[in-house]
Design a protein. Structure first.
Length: 148
């Protein structure tokens, strides 16, 4: 196994964390052969939940993330840093070579609200779509990472 990406967590001084603030983990198998990690956490007055489902048939992980916010966030999303020096260029939109002969395909999951997926230096950033919200509100983003 080759580790290609590492979650960028940020610091305690960041007004909004670079990735979800998660502290509790439960491993479940909701469907035979489809393991899922269920995670919960809190940062400030914001509550986080995330599920990560592995699909061996497609070599993918699907991330479904939600954050309950009390006020307008400056940022919500997930950030990853590459662990290889040969962080490649995109062959086409949503496809990124991360080194060690591995290319990742990153795309929003079909049933989620639009999110922004981009590279920023050696970071892969998935930003939640923020719009005018009534507070408190729950912001959700969902994406899939596939080894191709």
């Amino acid at each position: 196994m080759t580790v290609c990406l590492r979650a960028e967590l940020g610091t305690q001084q960041d007004p909004w964390p670079a990735s979800p603030a998660l502290q509790q983990l439960s491993l479940e198998e909701l469907q035979p052969g489809r393991p899922r990690a269920l995670l919960l956490g809190m940062a400030g007055k914001s509550h986080w939940s995330q599920s990560v489902e592995a699909d061996a048939a497609t070599a993918s992980l699907t991330f479904d993330v939600a954050c309950r916010v009390q006020r307008q966030p400056r940022w919500l999303g997930s950030s990853y840093r590459t662990l290889h020096d040969d962080w490649g260029s995109s062959a086409r939109e949503g496809r990124i070579a991360v080194g060690a002969g591995v290319e990742l395909s990153v795309e929003p999951a079909a049933d989620s609200l639009p999110s922004r997926i981009e590279r920023a230096g050696d970071l892969l950033v998935i930003a939640a779509g923020l719009r005018t919200l009534r507070f408190p509100s729950t912001v959700r983003w969902k994406y899939r990472i596939t080894v191709v």
